[in-house]
Design a protein around this ligand. Structure first.
Ligand code: HEC
Length: 123
């Protein structure tokens, strides 16, 4: 099922957020994330892990991505992504996963972070 949906998601992203992947358009600020992250689990070689099915997903669990020791430790602790944790991570990654590799996303307002979290948790 997921493999069958992937081309649709890529197609949706190609339309630069105009397409309704799962019924919700990508917020414009997601463009900045896409230089490092894909929503397609099959897409390898990005600087960051794929962000598909993030809701309830264990931290550091995208198959095939070589995470920092900090993310490996978070996964071993059994931490999972939910809205609150994702909002915290987007505001200050180091506060949620101390010593991880992602820099704090620049220039995001509180509303941007909320829109991003809502969008990503539905993918
Ligand atoms: C310059 C590259 C880069 C950009 C831009 C970037 N990230 Fe990341 N992101 C990473 C890397 C690298 C990791 C893995 C960190 C680690 O292993 O410590 C990561 C990890 C994550 C994770 C954890 C995923 C998991 O598997 O647990 C989330 C969620 C995330 N990023 C969201 C975002 C969002 C949303 C944006 C846009 C606002 C963004 N990132 C922008 C590089 C980036």
């Amino acid at each position: 099922m997921r493999a069958a949906l992937a081309p649709l998601i890529i197609f949706g992203l190609a339309l630069s957020g105009a397409a309704q992947a799962e019924g919700q358009a990508a917020p414009a600020v997601f463009k900045a994330c896409q230089s490092c992250h894909s929503l397609d689990p099959a897409k390898a070689g990005m600087a960051g892990p794929h962000l598909a099915a993030l809701n309830g997903r264990a931290l550091g669990s995208a198959e095939g991505f070589d995470y920092s020791p900090a993310f490996k430790a978070a996964k071993a602790q059994g931490l999972v992504w939910d809205r609150e944790r994702l909002l915290g991570y987007l505001a200050d990654p180091d506060e949620i996963v101390p010593g991880g590799w992602m820099s704090p996303p620049a220039g995001l307002s509180t509303a941007d972070r909320a829109a991003l979290a809502d969008y990503l948790l539905k993918q």
